[in-house]
Design a binder for this molecule. Sequence first.
Ligand code: XMP
Length: 523
Amino acid sequence: MTQHDRLLIIDFGSQVTQLIARRLRELNVYCEIHPYQNVTDAFLSEFAPKAVIFSGGPDTVTRKDAPRPPASVYDLGVPVLGICYGQQVMMQQLGGQVEGGKISGGGGTAEFGRAFVTPAGQPLDILKGWFSEGREQVWMSHGDHVSRLAPGFEVFGTSPNAPFAITADTSRNFYAVQFHPEVHHTPNGKTIYENFVRLAGFTGDWTMGAYREDAIAKIREQVGDKKVICGLSGGVDSSVAAVLIHEAIGDQLTCVFVDHGLLRLNEADEVVSMFRDHYNIPLIHADEKDLFLGELDGQSDPETKRKIIGRLFIDVFQKHANAIEGAEFLAQGTLYPDVIESVSFSGGPSVTIKSHHNVGGLPEKMGLKLVEPLRELFKDEVRALGRELGLPDHFIGRHPFPGPGLAIRCPGEITREKLEILRKADAVYIDQIRKHGLYDDIWQAFVAILPVRTVGVMGDGRTYDYACALRAVTSVDGMTADYFPFSHEFLGETATRIINEVQGINRVTYDITSKPPGTIEWE
Ligand code: XMP
């Protein structure tokens, strides 16, 4: 296996630490984020970073027990970059001084938002490409500020409120900035990371091709000659995981695809033909529509519906998985944001690991070990890996689809009739979005069929049919979302098509709720 150079990001709890990792990944640099509590002397020597970055954070170094990295980090002989809180902690540990800033009341140096930095002193290697227009826009977000530099440090950039905006001890390759170069509002921020990793000696060898080779080697080493089960949902993550694992261990992998009768139009056929026919991956197509729809019959409470689906899913998956003799591993498409430990300031490190909704609890119950080959990737990197593995673009770019499927887009009681209508309307809507070239601008788009019939008039006759709601949102991670600003023309055309082409719907509405306060799904 190739050994890549590693960069260590020590997390002090900033909201934007993940963005540092994003910027570095874009530069093909392998990095890991670790909460400061876990970074001990032993950890540092084991990890052997080629460079270290200190993230920002909400605490104040003026507090006695404030988070700090171990002092040994400065003896590693590798470049260190401190950002915001990271700058302050570095200054304090190396003999400088930090003062609390007043947030309001005049005379304070707390600074939030956009600021402009101008150069000071000599040109600095990590600022190559900066100041071509005299000043650079940066994003500040700090209460405290450095009031005296540590010995050996000099100033290389200042802003009206931050005389020590950019500082460095060039003899030791320690760099410390008051602003956040990783955020969008520091437009030229990526250049700083680029210069920093170049001077640290990174060659940018962490590409998707390299990841694929490494991941395959790791899967082979972990699994040996044992068997692996993978629950396929038709979503991008499980699909990419399945194709990657199949490339590593061939027919030792069996996929299980549970059709709960709550899938979109033609979805089951697409998944089966892609995996069984195209990739030749052994696939169990568990047609359990009757079971799921039977148990959901008459249920209208959202939580009850979700619980029924979750329970049946596990039962069905387990039943089929049990039939695969000698299976010891369960594959999951867990992603990097799901496994990053977040820093808690109320106690020890708080680990927020999101277990996969569909098969949560299964590994323990079935005594299976996990294979998670995407644990180091962000969502868009999973898509890049999927392309690398030859998955078609239209498959890779698909919008997320929830485990409980159409059940949560059918408020109230679920009937086969309503599901049929919903599938057709959804297909027309998505077709419209694709035709107008909007699909990739939207995080998720779908139709919800409402538990209400309304009166209409078509061809001189009275209709009494279902109303539906169109939903389309933009989002980065599904945690917050905005409704998509379709043109009136698009909405009008889509409503007409749905009403004309889908029997059973005579009224179309557009959901303009953002999240919060709404959620993306209707249930
Ligand atoms: P909400 O509706 O909570 O959805 O704003 C946020 C994102 O999560 C998806 N979602 C789910 N995905 N199992 C899933 O796999 C679920 O039970 C589930 N519920 C919501 C939703 O589609 C959106 O992308």
